[in-house]
Design a protein around this ligand. Structure first.
Ligand SMILES: [Zn+2]
Ligand SMILES: [Zn+2]
Ligand SMILES: [Zn+2]
Length: 178
């Protein structure tokens, strides 16, 4: 395969890299990310790749077909029905419209809530941010209000076990709109 050229400056493109949220991109070889200034140096051309949906061993609760794991352009994850196709012209879903958003993960902690004495849980958002919250806390979908104990403690990035480095993904130019 011949090296692809940057449409902005004509230099070859560098290797394909994969972001933390599982998205692939290729930068211009004359451009680089400076973690100190948190800015792009040189040419800022970035080519985004479509993320191939991943098939899951789960069945759609609506129609029984396979579910797939899909990503939005902002890296949010969702499970959706493999028969559902987005029609760009009519802006409607063709086929089954089942979608389940994945909102991060919860792990039980062996720590007690300073407010009510119940156990705390560690919640990791889809963006990798972490917070401790009370296991009695919930969300009432009917009244759209939090329920249970309101204790929340956001961890500072320095308190995470592993240093998280997004590689500056959030500072990349937005993907071109179709
Ligand atoms: Zn370039
Ligand atoms: Zn379905
Ligand atoms: Zn509590």
């Amino acid at each position: 395969m011949a090296d692809e050229m940057c449409p902005k400056c004509g230099s070859p493109l560098s290797e394909i890299t994969v972001t933390k949220t599982g998205r692939k991109l290729q930068r211009c070889s004359t451009g680089s990310w400076d973690p100190k200034t948190r800015k792009n140096l040189g040419c800022d051309y970035v080519k985004w790749f479509e993320v191939e949906p991943q098939e899951l061993h789960e069945k759609c609760p609506k129609c029984g077909n396979k579910l797939i794991l899909a990503f939005t352009r902002f890296g949010k994850k969702m499970k959706k029905c493999s028969t559902g196709i987005w029609d760009k012209e009519t802006k409607k879903v063709i086929g089954c419209d089942y979608v389940e958003w994945i909102n991060g993960t919860t792990q039980p902690l062996d720590e007690e809530c300073p407010q009510c004495g119940n156990k705390l849980v560690l919640f990791t958002t889809v963006n990798g941010k972490k917070m401790k919250k009370c296991s009695t806390a919930g969300w009432d979908k009917v009244v759209r209000k939090p329920t249970g104990c309101p204790y929340v403690y956001w961890l500072k990035p320095s308190e995470y076990e592993q240093k998280s480095d997004s590689g500056g993904e959030e500072f990349l130019p937005p993907e071109p709109q179709e």
